[in-house]
Design a protein around this ligand. Sequence first.
Ligand code: AP5
Ligand code: MG
Ligand code: ZN
Length: 215
Amino acid sequence: MNLILLGPPGAGKGTQAIMLTDRFGIPQISTGEILRSAVKEETPMGVKAKSFMDAGALVPDAVVIGIVLERLQKADCKPGFILDGFPRTVAQADALKDNLRDLEKDLTAVLALEVDNDALVERLTGRRTCRQCGRGYHLKFDPPRTAGQCDVCGGELYQRDDDREETIRKRMEVYDSQTTPLVDYYQQQGLLTRINGMQEISVVQEKILATLRTF
Ligand code: AP5
Ligand code: MG
Ligand code: ZN
C-alpha cells in the first residue's frame, strides 16, 4: 500500500501516519521529521534547511526530492510506504510520479485531511513533540501519560520552533499557495479521497481504515 497523507499544518498527518504504520507495518516517511533530525545533527543539509523551516517556508524542492527518492529505495519500502508532508509542490509531485514509474510502483491513494484554520491553530499551539522519536502529543486532545515525557520512548517533549502562532500563520499561507494545487492534481488522477479531519483522532483513523478497505 503506497499512500500519501495530504493536509495543512496540524491536520493530523503525523498522528494518523504513526497509527497506520503500526497497523500495516509500512514506514512513515515524514520529510519534516527527516529535516528536523538533520537540523539537530547540524548536517550541511540541516544547516541550510533550518532558516526556511524557522520562517515557515518550504525547503527547496531539490533538497526534499533528493531525500524522498533516496528513502524510497530502502528495503523497508518494498511492501509500501506512507508519505507524510511530501509532496508539497507540483514539482515534487511530478518528481515522485516519475520515480514511482521507474520503481514500477503505483500510488494506492492520496488521503486529504480537511481541518478548519481555527482548529489548526489550536492543535499546533497545544502540540508537544518528542525530541527523541518525533511522536506528537497535544496538551488537551492527546496528552502523554506523564507530563513532559513521551509514552513510547520516554524522551523529553518540547514545543517545535515553528509552532509559534506567527510561524503557524505563515505555514498555513504557504500551504494554501503552494500545496493546495495538489488537491486538483490528484483528483484529476482519480487518486484523491477527502477525509473530514475535524473529528476525534480515533474517528479519523476509523474513516481512513474504512476508505482503505475499499481499495
Ligand atoms: P512538517 O513537519 O511536515 O509540518 P507540517 O506539514 O506543517 O505539518 P505538522 O507536522 O505541523 O502537522 P501534522 O499534519 O503532522 O499534524 P499532527 O499529526 O502533528 O514540516 C515542517 C517544515 O519542514 C515545513 O514548514 C517546511 O519548512 C519543511 N518541509 C517538510 N516537508 C517539506 C516538503 N515536502 N517540501 C518543502 N519543505 C518541507 O497533529 C497536530 C496536533 O494536533 C498534535 O498535537 C496532535 O496531537 C493533534 N491532533 C491530531 N489529530 C487531531 C484530531 N483529530 N483532533 C484533535 N487533535 C488532533
Ligand atoms: Mg507532522
Ligand atoms: Zn518518543
